[in-house]
Design a protein around this ligand. Sequence first.
Ligand SMILES: [Zn+2]
Length: 175
Amino acid sequence: MAGRHYGFRTSNIVESLNSLFLEEREMPIVVMLDAILHRVMDRRFERLQVANKLIAAGQQFPPSMLKVLATFEFHTARNNQVERSSIREGKVTEDALVEVTFGRMERRERTVLLDYTNMTGSCTCGRFQENGIPCGHALAFMTHVGAVPYAFIPAILKLTAMRDSYNDEEAGTLM
Ligand SMILES: [Zn+2]
């Protein structure tokens, strides 16, 4: 599928809305539209409050994103070997032996590329470019060259983006 996943897999929008509006779906049409409007406004207000509260507490990322980041950071715990060509490129060899084809074990080698202009990167495992979030190999490489991993996380995943998307004055009135 094209586009970045940011570490999330979700149902399509129709399924999401169907499950969100289970009660409203049974109502007469005008009452239903009114109920949906209020439900959406309440949710937007709640999420704006959550974002403001967490920003005030000095947090950078929404709770859902922290969970994703925790699973990604877990991979740095592995004792990967890093061989740098430059601060932009290097090879990362996984510590564990993996079976590459039937019966053949080897240490898997990945190539990490960092783009310091756009603060993005890629890895031959494919996860960095798919999610927009550094994979374990990229994190190991960043640690090795002294790059700051959080700087490579897209702004769209930060609390400020969450606040702005639920702030009607910033985003324009959607409903
Ligand atoms: Zn990788």
